[in-house]
Write a new protein. Structure first.
Length: 101
């Protein structure tokens, strides 16, 4: 079985020179956090820190299987009806750059 591509992950150690930088090629599989759930532990080759592939996600430190988390999302989050959306902050940051209003 081919090994998974870990380029979508980044080192969560703020003291690491590769902190938050995806696709650096510095992450390697390093055992399992939960083999029955398929949760991999990764090691950053830059700083040597080990972390779960769920680090920095809503599923971090949960014992919930990913299919159950998806089920939760489908039932409670996907069909949320929004009454108001305020995009003025995004416009102030993106839309006003270099434009006169």
């Amino acid at each position: 079985m081919p090994e998974r591509d870990w380029s979508a992950f980044a080192c969560p150690n703020p003291d690491c020179p590769a902190y938050g930088q995806k696709g650096q090629g510095n992450l390697r599989p390093h055992g399992w956090s939960s083999k029955q759930r398929g949760i991999r532990c990764l090691r950053c080759a830059t700083c040597g820190r080990n972390f779960s592939q769920r680090a920095g996600t809503p599923l971090f430190r949960t014992h919930l299987a990913e299919d159950k988390a998806q089920e939760f999302h489908e039932q409670l989050v996907r069909h949320v009806h929004v009454n108001q959306v305020q995009a003025d902050e995004a416009w102030a940051f993106v839309g006003k750059k270099g434009q006169a209003l």
